[in-house]
Design a protein around this ligand. Structure first.
Ligand code: FES
Length: 199
């Protein structure tokens, strides 16, 4: 059984908006950041694991194992990745086995288990975006960035996301927590060129 076995709705997370000029409120593919949760650091770089912070997150969820998914989202938001230290502490404080926690972490695409690069680029791989060319866009992105999906360097992480609720403006790309719609190869290149200014 998967504790807290709800299907997690992927949420944008991460740093302060860096690439401001390519899509704005007037653009049909733009999604406002106003609904995003707190931003604590400018990019997606991992911050050191802290047991006291982790304990606070767990305590805020009353140490209820059925809320593990929600806790993992908060861990991800705070630390940017789910480390072995995090898995160990969650297992101990929730009275679960490490295999239980590992099982949940590996079940959801959101929960990356390696530190992210300074910038995180996500390309939606869910059905609506696939129908509008996200597979082709992914191949283009891998070529332009010189890396495969799910790879990270110190500067950059490229990873999939599975529906950001932006299906009407497919295909969707998320850069450092901000969502772009109707991204074609040309537009992706523009985003990358702007991003390089922050790498
Ligand atoms: S399928 Fe990509 S945003 Fe919904």
């Amino acid at each position: 059984m998967i504790p807290g076995g709800m299907v997690g709705n992927p949420r944008p997370m991460g740093g302060i908006w860096k690439f401001q000029t390519l899509s704005g409120p007037g653009h049909p593919g733009f999604m406002s950041k106003s609904s995003l949760r707190r931003r604590t650091h400018p990019f997606m770089s991992a911050i050191p694991y802290a047991k006291d912070v982790a304990s606070d997150i767990i305590a805020r969820h009353d140490s209820r194992p059925e809320l593990l998914v929600q806790m993992l989202h908060e861990f991800l938001e705070h630390f940017s990745w789910i480390s072995e230290d995090a898995i160990r502490q969650l297992a101990e404080e929730l009275n679960l086995s490490r295999a239980d926690v590992h099982g949940v972490v590996s079940f959801y695409h959101d929960f990356r288990t390696t530190p992210p690069g300074k910038h995180v680029v996500k390309i939606c791989q869910a059905e609506a975006c696939q129908a509008m060319g996200s597979k082709e866009l992914t191949a283009h992105a891998e070529s332009v960035l010189g890396m495969n999906m799910n790879e990270s360097t110190g500067d950059l992480t490229l990873e999939p996301v599975y529906c950001m609720g932006n299906c009407a403006c497919s295909p969707t790309v998320v850069v450092d927590g901000d969502t772009y719609g109707r991204v074609d190869n040309r537009r992706f290149d523009e985003i990358v060129e702007t991003m390089k200014g922050g790498v």
